[in-house]
Design a protein around this ligand. Structure first.
Ligand code: UDP
Length: 326
C-alpha cells in the first residue's frame, strides 16, 4: 500500500508510520511540526519508503500518485495545548479533517481517523462503551479539543453517508511510550521526568481520578487492524487496566528508584474523574486486545527518557505543570 499519515511527526503518528514501513508499505508523512517533533521525522527518514511533506492540513493538500489509505493523526492533544493552540485545534478538527476527507475521496482511499476518549467527557457511564454519547462541557477549557473531535466524527460520518467514503473511526484512550513529547504536560512524561530528576511528582487534586494507559505498540496494532478491517466504528482502542493517578505516581517512583515525593497541585477544571475503555467491540471486530503490561510499558518509556540528555529531562520535569486553570 501507499499510506498517507497526517501527524507523522507526532507521538502515535510516528509509531504508526514506523509500523507501516516495517510491514513493507510506502509512507507519505505530513506534519506542520507545531507539536510534532523533528526528531521523529529524522527517525523515520532513516527507513526505506518514507517521504516527509511539511504541510499544515488546514490548507488543502495535493499529493502526487496513488494513495490507498489516509490516516488522520494530526491534532495537538495535550491539555497544556488547549489554551495556546485552541484555534489550531478547532481548525484542524474541522478544515483539516475536511481536507483529508477530500483527499481520500479523490484517491478512492480508505480514511482512518483517530478520535478520542475525550468525546465521552467526564463520563457517567463506566467503563465507556462506544454507544455512550458522553458528557462534555461545550464551553469549558477542554472544549476546543472535545468538541473539535466530536465535530470531526460528525463530519466523517456525513462523508460516509453522502459520499460513500470508506471510513474507519478509532477512539484512542490515553497512550504512552517512547517518543512522547516531554514538554507537553501529559501525566506519564511529567511523572517520569520528575522522578528521574528526583523532583516532586505533581499529582493534580488528590490523585483519585483514574485513567487506563495503553502502550503505544498495542495502540498501533489496534489501528492497523482497524484500517484493514471492514468496521466503520467508532471503536475504542485502549487498555482497560484502570489505575488512579496517585497509584501511577507510586509505580513510577518505584520503577525509577527515585527519591521523589508526591505533591498535590490544584485540579484542572473539567478533568474527567474516571476513564476506562470497554474494548468488547475491538475484541469482536478486530480480534484485538492490548498485550503489553503497564510495568513493561513504563520500563521501556523510562529507558527511552533516560537515554535523552539530562538537561532536557530537568527542563521537562519542572516546566510543564498546569499551575493555572487550563
Ligand atoms: N495529571 C497529574 N499531574 C500531572 C499531569 C497530569 O495529576 O503532572 C493528571 C490529570 O489531571 C489527569 C491525568 O493525570 O487527571 C491524565 O492527564 P493527561 O494530561 O496525561 O491526559 P488526559 O487528561 O487527557 O487524560
Amino acid at each position: 500500500m501507499r499510506v498517507l499519515v497526517a501527524g507523522a511527526a507526532g507521538f502515535i503518528g510516528c509509531h504508526l508510520c514506523h509500523r507501516f514501513l516495517a510491514d513493507g508499505h510506502e509512507v507519505v508523512g505530513v506534519d506542520n511540526l507545531v507539536t510534532g517533533q523533528q526528531a521523529n521525522v529524522d527517525w523515520l527518514t532513516q527507513r526505506h519508503g518514507f517521504a516527509f511533506v511539511p504541510h499544515d492540513v488546514i490548507e488543502p493538500l495535493a499529493i502526487d500518485g496513488p494513495v490507498d489509505l489516509v490516516c488522520d493523526l494530526a491534532c495537538p492533544a495535550s491539555p497544556v495545548d488547549f489554551r495556546g493552540l485552541g484555534l489550531e485545534i478547532l481548525r484542524v478538527c474541522s478544515e483539516g479533517v475536511r481536507n483529508l476527507l477530500d483527499l481520500a475521496l479523490t484517491k478512492r482511499a480508505v480514511f482512518l481517523h483517530t478520535s478520542t476518549s475525550e468525546v465521552y467527557g467526564d463520563p457517567e457511564v463506566h467503563p465507556q462503551r462506544e454507544e455512550y454519547w458522553g458528557r462534555v462541557n461545550p464551553i469549558g477549557p477542554r472544549a476546543v479539543y472535545d468538541e473539535g473531535k466530536r465535530f470531526a466524527e460528525a463530519l466523517i460520518m456525513h462523508y460516509r453517508r453522502t459520499q460513500g467514503l470508506r471510513v474507519r473511526l478509532a477512539r484512542i484512550f490515553n497512550t504512552y511510550g517512547p517518543r512522547m513529547r516531554l514538554d507537553d504536560g501529559r501525566v506519564v512524561t511529567n511523572f517520569i521526568c520528575q522522578a528521574l530528576a528526583n523532583e516532586p511528582l505533581t499529582v493534580y487534586g488528590q490523585g483519585q481520578q483514574t485513567r487506563s494507559f495503553c502502550y503505544v505498540d498495542d495502540q498501533v496494532e489496534g489501528l492497523v487492524r482497524l484500517a484493514a478491517s471492514q468496521c466503520t466504528g467508532p471503536v475504542n482502542i485502549g487498555n482497560p487496566q484502570e489505575i488512579t493517578v496517585r497509584q501511577l505516581a507510586q509505580e513510577i517512583i518505584a520503577l525509577t528508584g527515585s527519591s521523589s515525593v508526591i505533591v498535590e497541585k490544584p485540579m484542572p477544571p473539567d478533568d474527567p474523574k474516571l476513564r476506562c475503555p470497554d474494548i468488547t467491540l475491538a475484541g469482536c471486530e478486530l480480534g484485538w486486545r492490548p498485550i503489553v503490561s503497564r510495568r513493561e510499558g513504563l520500563r521501556k518509556t523510562i529507558e527511552f527518557c533516560r537515554s535523552l540528555p539530562p538537561e532536557l529531562l530537568r527542563q521537562a520535569g519542572s516546566g510543564k505543570v498546569l499551575t493555572e486553570p487550563a
